[in-house]
Design a protein around this ligand. Sequence first.
Ligand code: ATP
Length: 872
Amino acid sequence: MSDGRDLRALPEQPWALDGEAVVEQLAGSRGGLSVHEARARHAHFGPNELEEEPGRGIAALILDQFRSPLIYILLVAGLVTLVLGEYVDTGVIAAVLLINAVMGFTQEYRAAQSMAALRQLARAHARVLRDGREREVDAAELVPGDVIMLEAGDRVPADARILHQAAFEADESLLTGESTVVAKSVEPVPAQTQLADRVNLVFTGTTITRGRARAIVVGTGSSTVLGGIADSVREIGEVQTPLQRRMGQFARVIGIIILIACTVGMVAGVARAEPLGELFLSIVALAVSAIPEGLPIVLTVVLAISVRRMAQRNVIIRHLPAVETLGSCTAIGSDKTGTLTQNRMTVQRIVAGGSSFELTGTGYRTDGEVRDAAGSVDPAAEPDSPLHLALLVGALCNDASLLESDGQAEVHGDPTEIGLLVAAAKGGLLKDVLEDRYVRIAEIPFESETRFAATFHRDDEGVRGHFVAVKGAPEQVLAMCGTDAAGGQLDREAVMRDAESLAAQGLRVLAMAYRELDENPIDVSDPHRHVQGMRFVGLQGMIDPPRDEAIEAVRGCQRSGIRVVMITGDHATTALAIAERLGIAAAEDRALTGVDLDRIDDAELTDLVTNVSVFARVSPQHKLRIVTALQRVGHTVAVTGDGVNDAPALKAADIGAAMGRSGTDVAKEASDMVVTDDNFASIFAAVGEGRVAFDNVRKTTFFLISTGAAEIVAVLASLIFGFPLPFRPAQILWLNVVTNGIQDVALAFEPGEPDVLTRKPRPRREGIISALLWERTAISGAVMAIGTLFIFFWEYNAHGDLGLARTAALTTMVLFQVFHVGNSRSEHRSIFARSPLLNPFLFVGTLVALSIHVASLYLPFTQFLLRVEPLD
Ligand code: ATP
């Protein structure tokens, strides 16, 4: 292998070795592998994947097409014709069976394919050091020896030995069944230690609940602990969505109604002494043609199309039912930062040592400057000034990175921290340089609950000795401070006033604190002990402008009857200022804060939730309460989330939407959909697609049952009144082929109507077919039936030729149904209001069906099979 070292076997019992020895055995380094080496190992060890459950085979899918009661009836009918010697009818029935199977198969196969393609999109990623740089790779590319970075909310991508950690805890219940979290460490444990107590390892598939760590991969793919027991944790097969279940029931009810109608027809026919064989075949054909057996598959097609359309709009559906629920969503609870705003934090103001400073320049470029009322200042030149310390803390208590080349900034990490790095750089303080001198020795990672972060440093030049740098929400940081920057009395009220005034301008405010530690060497085993009695050094206020599309989308939501609620960890004043710009709140509105929420009970919250649109300084637990309160007042709620603790709220909501970029694996797994661009506007777009999906299901259902009704009425009326039947059995089956088979699926491709996003949400419990559509089914069914019978008798009376009259009747029915497809395209508008070209699939499909029918009238073969004659 390359890099001059060789790795053939994975280390045994890595938990019993110290970190250095594991690195050694893996022929790696703490700085990670080279890209070249990683590639070589990938070729040797194979991808980091568990073997996939084989999907349903093609043969099974084909066989499935013949497993329905209707097909059984047809098969029996086929046998009967065979026995009776009616070989032409046998042929037609066989053809119908075949065509049905082929169409059913292609549709299901395509649906399954596009679902599989989408699952690929949702693959896991891992952060890894390669060539000394941090990068994100597909988890399948990890190899033994890779150094990976893990933090709260991650799903562990491979078995790994921890090399460095801070407050690191994992939930390993997946493997051990124990629900308590495990605190991790880097120390070796005895060789005979049980799996659950190997605290210096992390295992594939478990989740990180707190802190962060660096670890070296010791097992991938099937050589992980999970790989050994994979069979027991594989996901269970796909479940049906509520709509699919309802559709199944609906189709059964319709089927039963049709069977009853057919029985009535049979009885009437027998009473009138119709020839039995012909009668039986007609009734069977009628049942087959009228029962909307295509409905369940059309539904799958609609859902698949919808899922694909949503993917094009940056929403990945993880649970199919979300498609339907989205369509009836009435409230969206959204995070602020990054979802409603751009998440491009730019520090605009700093208040330090009682003076106020302004920073020029935009975005992540560092070519701005720091100015006070008198002009440009140089903080780097005054290392003891509060301004210098405020920038220093911002740059050191920071895990982001900023690389500038040719004026282009390449950034990594949390935008809040990037903003602080850029601000420090504008003041002449560069993180890389600072970190060489002030070595980080410990840290307390940021958590949304505690709202602060701290890092501990040693000054290699000895000037500052050991010190701790803290940044976080002003209330939090002030509570840790004892003095001002100069060591004098701290005026807390003045600081809060400053913070408030920055927040009122819509700025996100972070406070900075600093403290030199006297202990030498310092004991960092309990770092929280040191973050008190600190010196308050300043405030940094950063702008994070609303996204333009979010302003549009909020307006769209309001037009379409959807409430938008902002749920943020940020300060109430900042949140309100931004909410006002987004149109979520009005100037006189009030925000509810986490503190308020702790004071009131659920009943009171339920009362308040109808009037309050901004929730600020809330923690994930509060988010859950807000979601359930909205549900209690009758909302169908979508909620966004990204953190590990957002999972309960994401699960409780009707639609949990995890953020694709900032979201943790835990949040994604708890969610129904993932918004890949973290953008509020994408959620709104998905709601629109959800509505279109439901509309299309309804249109197709309406089309199928009303054409079925027309056929039933025409045949039944003839039988009951003792007229000759308007169609031969083969012709009835033919109707099924030329009108239903293609058009129903084509209707599934209908684009949205112009009003999808301006009308009110559909009540969630509303049936697939509304009362209005039942009425229309009856009317259109009757019109088509009467029209067809009219033509039939007219022809019959004129020429006395039954064959010709039947051909005319059949053609009339085909024309009616073709016209009716157009009718079914909108619930609210006429066929003429919608251009046929909007859905080319439907347009072409209909033309093809029509041409096939016309051709069948003139081709000798079909003339013989269907007993049709050319019409003049
Ligand atoms: P949202 O919930 O809308 O995404 P948010 O991103 O502001 O809002 P959090 O990330 O939970 O919510 O941040 C809450 C508060 O914690 C912020 O207002 C800020 O004061 C502080 N904070 C945010 N990021 C950091 C950080 N990296 N280090 C220290 N403090 C931070």
